[in-house]
Design a protein around this ligand. Structure first.
Ligand code: ATP
Ligand code: MG
Length: 230
């Protein structure tokens, strides 16, 4: 593993465009202290995913800098960045293989005990044990063994096991039954503890718990503050 970081994140006057002359971000400055949870909200096309893309260094800004612990992320190796910045996408990536392999993805050295501990922590253990072969059950990338909610919980277990200091989460919009929804909320709390997080938030409960809600519009921050302030 890479040297530990604290997880302070700073965007300094970021301007970015995918296509020349059509800026997707028009001067974004934001700060997240280590351990804080930031919710990104705004209409479609407002720039939420673009902020995430820059933090993951899928693209470099046209102007400005993205800093982690005060260091420009262009000055660290991608390997180091990837080990410190974890990402849970809305369309959860499940590959064909066992449940265990799916959780261990990103931490291939994890023991069976560690896999189970992560699954328990996010309330995935119970449903896994009800599957025909438990952790050894084979699932398919596009298969129907797992519900959307279960896929989410698996991706949380995977992220918890990988243990990145900074976590990005594109919250799923899919409708999920109330019981699973409650599990997901609790699991999310566990997952976010002690990490800096950026969440493209769709659930009101997530937005309510964020330390800072950033409202984007056409590539600019138009409002920010916590739920009480806004
Ligand atoms: P949504 O809620 O729909 O996911 P968003 O807030 O994530 O929207 P972005 O995907 O960040 O919005 O898009 C910001 C702007 O950049 C939009 O004008 C969009 O059309 C443009 N854009 C996004 N991705 C690309 C791309 N790969 N190539 C060109 N333009 C893009
Ligand atoms: Mg998006």
């Amino acid at each position: 593993r890479m040297p530990e970081i604290r997880g302070d994140v700073k965007f300094e006057n970021i301007v970015f465009e995918y296509e020349p002359g059509r800026p997707a971000l028009r001067g974004i400055s934001l700060e997240a202290a280590a351990g804080q949870s930031i919710a990104l909200v705004g209409h479609t096309g407002s720039g939420k995913s673009t902020i995430i893309n820059l933090l993951c260094r899928f693209y470099d800004p046209v102007e400005g800098r993205v800093l982690i612990d005060g260091i420009d992320i262009r000055d660290v190796t991608l390997e180091s960045l990837r080990s410190q910045v974890g990402i849970v996408l809305q369309d959860t990536f499940i590959f064909s293989g066992t449940i265990r392999d799916n959780i261990r993805y990103g931490r291939l050295d994890a023991t069976d005990e560690e896999v189970e501990m992560a699954a328990r922590a996010v309330h995935a253990h119970d449903f896994i044990m009800k599957l025909p072969q438990g952790y050894d059950t084979e699932v398919q990338e596009r298969g129907s063994v797992l519900s959307m909610g279960q896929r989410q919980l698996l991706s949380f277990a995977r992220a918890l096991l990988a243990d990145p200091r900074i976590l990005i989460l594109d919250e799923a919009t899919a409708s999920i039954d109330t019981e699973t929804e409650l599990k997901i909320q609790e699991a999310l709390k566990t997952l976010l503890t002690g990490r800096t997080s950026f969440i493209i938030a769709h659930r009101l409960s997530t937005i309510r718990h964020a330390d800072n809600i950033i409202v984007l519009d056409h590539g600019r921050i138009v409002e920010q503050g916590n739920h009480d302030e806004l």
